[in-house]
Design a protein around this ligand. Sequence first.
Ligand code: GLU
Length: 286
Amino acid sequence: MIFTTRFAPSPTGPLHLGHAYSAMLAHDMAMAEGGTFLLRIEDIDQSRARPAWEAQIYEDLAWLGLSWPQPVMRQSDRLPRYRTALEQLTAMGLTYPCRCNRADIEAAAGAPQEGVPQFGPDGRIYPGTCRNRPAVEATGQDVIRLNMEKAVRATDLRSFTETGSEFEGQHQLDPDQLISTVGDIILVRRNMGSSYHLSVVTDDADQGITHAVRGADLFEATQIHVLLQSLLGLPTPVYHHHRLIRDDQGKRLAKRDDARAIAKYRAEGATPQDIRKMVGLPLLSG
Ligand code: GLU
């Protein structure tokens, strides 16, 4: 199996040092293994994605010395694929439409109880209001959720391998943990046709990703991805969740952190080797 990895930015702002680290690390790993480095544009959120940011991503990555095969996968081209994946889960009886807005969810969640987690890797743990509503056709205004209690019983729960990071080891999915600390995740967001979780698992499978290299902030979401892979009969890649690049105050960099945008360092005359030094990657010879 050829080592295949990817960098999957969302074109919603400038790439900063954290993105550069993630992309260069994945590219270095692929080169070291004689493998392939792919690019994927995660633009399902069309309300935030901009062509200008996408163009800037290509420019910055090429400047950093990275190359990738064409054509680049773009999530906005793949809505029919996500629909098929959703239909597969619906046919298994694992999905339901949800009408709740944020305020409804806050109200239904009630006062925090000691020892009961309120937030998981998909945000606030859904209190389940719409789970047992009589079945109705979903409208474009509804979100579609996964019924987690049913989902963990519908498949053999897999484990996944994490290599070369602080999370190194074999991680077995735990049904109780999925139910109580993750809950009924969103499969399709309002007016979006998919969600990050549904898209990422179908995309990784369709791109033949053998090693998913991404930030440590996504480690907790990996159990969701591995569950979906097993429900959808998709392969589970090996994962590597790398450290996050932080600012001088120790805060992780955000898209709006323009001060650390690659474009800004470029304009100031930095070289790609300077960027490698800043993020602690070994310098490339030659
Ligand atoms: N699009 C995600 C991000 O920009 C990355 C998703 C992934 O690598 O799985 O954080």
